[in-house]
Design a protein around this ligand. Structure first.
Ligand code: E4P
Length: 226
């Protein structure tokens, strides 16, 4: 499973890239807006740090406008994936861009039927939003399982990019279902490393100065974190 970082913060991207575990980046206009920097400049910098796909989203709502913005964005580099919304104009744009050799990430997917449409439009990536799905009382991971089943039924090459990931259990479920990619804020990717018993066992010594003995009894819950 590939790991993408859902951020526009270049320092966070560099830090994750140094682990060797980062396969790509997704951005969106609000993440870039938060950085207070120029949109194209930020996308260019990210695309120079990460060799994998970097999603850059169009903001126009009509086909002509999306194509105009995509023309600017795809010139940034071969690793740019144009991100378009799951609307009739978005899928028309998707078809035109992928037929022309560009990568396209179809975003704002909230149903398996929408994912089917995106695959038929030749999407490189489909981004179902699990967290936002959970927020309104549905089970986001059931959506991922349905999309996996449909794509396997018809051998669609579109990669399932699980988005709106809010916690490590979303990552675990994504891997169990067999989705291709998950994109998460860096904080969540760092949380995946954590386990109290790993922290304990990797300490050089107890706070008392006594040497830790590998294989000795693990700490009681009250001792974890001391
Ligand atoms: C993905 O491409 C989106 O940028 C992102 O996952 C949205 O997540 P949110 O629901 O936390 O805004």
């Amino acid at each position: 499973m590939k790991f993408f970082a859902d951020t526009a913060e270049i320092a966070e991207i560099r830090e994750l890239a140094a682990t060797g575990l980062l396969d790509g980046v997704t951005t969106n206009p609000s993440l870039i807006h938060k950085s207070g920097r120029d949109f194209v400049e930020v996308v260019r910098e990210i695309a120079s740090v990460v060799s994998g796909p970097v999603s850059a989203e169009v903001v126009a709502l009509d086909y002509e406008g999306m194509m105009r913005e995509a023309e600017i964005l795809r010139k940034i580099g071969d690793n740019i994936a144009i991100k378009v919304p799951l609307t009739p104009d978005g899928l028309k744009t998707c078809k035109a861009l992928t037929s022309d050799g560009s990568m396209v990430n179809v975003t704002l997917c909230f149903s398996a039927n929408q994912a089917l449409l995106a695959a038929k439009a030749g999407a490189t990536f489909i981004s179902p939003f699990v967290g936002r799905h959970d927020d309104v009382g549905f089970n986001g991971m059931e959506l991922i399982a349905d999309i996996r089943l449909i794509y396997d039924n018809y051998d669609f090459g579109t990669e399932i990019l699980v988005a709106s990931v809010r916690h490590p259990i979303h990552v675990l479920e994504t891997a169990k279902i067999g989705a291709d990619i998950m994109t998460a804020p860096p904080k969540i990717i760092w949380q995946l490393f954590k386990h109290p018993l790993t922290d304990w066992a990797s300490r050089a010594s107890w706070p008392t100065g006594k040497r830790r003995v590998r294989g000795s009894e693990p700490p009681r819950p009250a001792e974890i974190g001391n």
